[in-house]
Design a protein around this ligand. Structure first.
Ligand code: AGP
Length: 617
């Protein structure tokens, strides 16, 4: 998804901007560009393709400006091309803008501006913004003001009042050479405070190496950023103070640290990430507690339904969360895809607790689904990896996975940390509700604490996984089968494989196979089976036998002793409580997807068509 960087200070802006864009490459993009203020004029350098291509553009090395804005674009309106890349300027090249988000009414605005004599050179929705700013600067109520800074801020305000949709916007102009104006709605934007310089970014990692002090811009909030000051304004342009946040992420944690790819690094970080997620939230023999939330028995006793709402991998984490919550708390729990939930008119009220899971905390559908639940009177709880992210600011309660920055588009450590965190949340609720046998809870706690060392054990020997990947990487289709929580993790294994290896794959509840999908099984098709629930071993084996009989090649991921072994590959993983076994069984599947993609020579961290943070609908 699009990325934004901005710099204002005393150093040359270009290298800082390009470096920031490189840090944002993981979000997924197809074009890149920068604009700097050079001796009273805007210079724009942009093109489709990789950020590094910017260095090949004529004139880029002559840029001296110390104020600039930058963007990586992920095409929504108009194909990837130089014209459609950001920054965009108005017809007179007086205002340059970068924009994340989507302007839904851009065609109406184009028609309006065309009637006023403006011309458009791109197919983007964004190009209306600099032209609207120009229009209001010279024709709006602010045009009579003498101070250019006030005038520009006023013109930006009038322009965004016309916009329907989502935006994070940076604006520069030679008329205000000492300021960058920013504003956001439903798209993230942070401002990093430095010494005699300030930074702007859509994502913290882009500027983490320069500062750890951040202002997290709120929806409909404006900021005027200069070298030494940052001023904040509400949507009526009333100035207010804002609290700075210290973001305690290690800048190196956002680097590859010797791994070939971020994805591999993040897979191997899972033991640490899980330890961080557990943190001091519980120890054996003591009740679980959260620093960040306190929920009363009275409230929980009144909850008659839990909704878990999320997208993609986070939704898969939610599926396992449902099983754990229902087992421990006896509260019916529904898992929904955020983009479905928001248009389903879900049956929720004051007695519903809605849990939203999002690694980034910026997924547009998840945020919209959260807002909907609030309107209907439900309490909302956000689970995110990013402190201060949009969902955490909207929700009634927020808890963090603390997994550290996840850069690779394919989510790995976020998934395992999310499942761990929901398990801890379920334990917390169960201890309050007292509906579950204390011994069961205590045993689950022991199993949660043991998880990091068990993950390490799996990561210690990945040879059989590589060997399997080498055998199957040329295949066109694969199937993942499991029952119960093994089915939840089959869905995640299949998503990982699709995302980064582009191999078509399907996940089925093993018992459902004979109701149709088995027709797809033929000689030599690869089937991956997951068997970790002792109560379901026999059932799962008979389902997988059905595909063996039809000539399938099988890989089984299991923590059980299997009675027969006519399977082609078996990966043994440590035993744990079936409720949290997806945290262990997902590891081989992440590695299978990773090694298959590597054998195919694909860009693992930046798979085609995908974005890390999906901030549009
Ligand atoms: C995971 O590998 C995917 N890239 C994707 O499904 C992701 O989990 C989904 O877009 C949700 O993102 P979020 O957790 O940041 O909300």
């Amino acid at each position: 998804m699009c990325g934004i960087v901005g710099y204002i200070g005393t150093k040359k802006a270009t290298p800082i901007l390009v470096d920031g864009l490189l840090c944002l490459e993981y979000r997924g993009y197809d074009s890149a560009g920068i604009a700097t203020l050079e001796k009273n004029e805007i210079k724009v350098m942009k093109d489709k393709g990789r950020v590094n291509n910017l260095y090949n553009l004529d004139g880029i090395n002559t840029l001296e400006g110390t104020v600039g804005i930058a963007h990586t674009r992920w095409a929504t309106h108009g194909k990837p091309s130089k014209e459609n890349s950001h920054p965009h300027t108005d017809n007179s090249n007086t205002f340059a803008v970068v924009h994340n988000g989507i302007i839904e009414n851009y065609l109406d605005l184009r028609t309006f501006l065309s009637s006023k004599g403006y011309t458009f050179f791109s197919q983007t929705d964004t190009e209306v913004i600099p032209n609207l700013i120009h229009y209001y600067f010279y024709n709006g109520s602010v045009s009579v003001l003498n101070d250019n800074k006030e005038k520009l801020l006023g013109a930006v305000k009038l322009a965004i009042q016309d916009l329907k949709g989502s935006y994070a916007i940076e604006v520069i102009s030679p008329l205000c050479p000492n300021e960058i104006i920013v504003v956001r709605k439903d798209s993230p934007l942070v401002i990093g405070k430095g010494e005699n310089e300030n930074y702007i970014a859509s994502d913290i990692p882009a500027i983490l190496k320069y500062t750890k002090n951040f202002y997290l811009l709120d929806d409909n909030e404006f900021a005027v950023v200069s070298t030494n000051t940052i001023s904040f304004f509400d949507n009526t342009l009333e100035e207010h103070n804002k609290t700075i946040k210290n973001i305690d992420w290690d800048a190196n944690a956002a680097g590859k640290e010797g791994f070939d790819d971020y994805m591999l690094k993040e897979i191997f970080e899972q033991p640490t990430a899980i330890r961080e997620t557990i943190g001091s939230r519980f120890s054996l023999g003591e009740k679980c507690s959260f620093d960040d939330i306190e929920i009363s028995k009275e409230y929980l006793n009144n909850v008659n339904k839990i909704y878990i709402v999320a997208c993609g991998t986070a939704m898969h984490a939610g599926l396992t969360g449902k099983t754990i919550l229902e087992n421990l708390c006896q509260i019916p729990t529904v898992v929904d895809i955020a983009s479905e939930f928001r248009y389903r008119n879900p049956l929720i009220d004051e007695q519903t607790l809605c849990i939203y899971i999002s690694q980034s905390g910026e997924t547009a559908d998840t945020i919209a689904a959260l807002k909907l639940a609030k309107q209907k009177g439900a309490k909302t709880l956000a689970i995110s990896n990013v402190i201060g992210s949009s969902i955490t600011r909207e929700a009634d309660y927020s808890i963090y996975t603390h997994a550290g920055p996840e850069i690779a588009v394919a989510s790995t450590k976020a998934y395992s940390s999310q499942v761990v965190l929901i398990a801890i949340l379920a334990v917390y609720f169960a201890e309050i509700l007292e509906r579950c046998d204390k011994k069961i809870i205590e045993r689950l706690k022991e199993d949660i604490i043991d998880l990091p060392s068990k993950v390490e054990k799996i990561l210690d020997d990945t040879e059989i996984i590589k060997e399997f990947a080498k055998k199957v990487y040329t295949e066109k289709d694969m199937f993942f089968l499991g029952r119960g929580t093994d089915y939840n993790v089959a869905l995640e294994g299949s998503l990982k494989l699709k995302e980064i290896s582009y191999i078509h794959s399907e996940a089925y509840a093993a018992g459902e196979l004979k109701h149709g999908p088995i027709a797809l099984i033929e000689n030599d098709v690869t089937v991956i089976g997951i068997i970790t629930d002792s109560n379901l071993v026999e059932k799962s084996i008979s389902n997988i036998q059905e595909v063996v009989t039809r000539g399938a090649k099988t890989l089984i991921i299991t923590n059980q002793i299997l009675p027969n072994s006519n399977f082609d590959f078996i990966i043994n993983i440590p035993k744990t409580n079936f409720l949290i076994s997806p945290i262990l069984s997902v590891i081989p599947m992440q590695l299978i997807a990773y090694y298959i993609a590597k054998f195919k020579g694909l860009d693992v961290d930046k798979p085609r068509n995908l974005a890390k943070s999906v901030t549009v609908e």
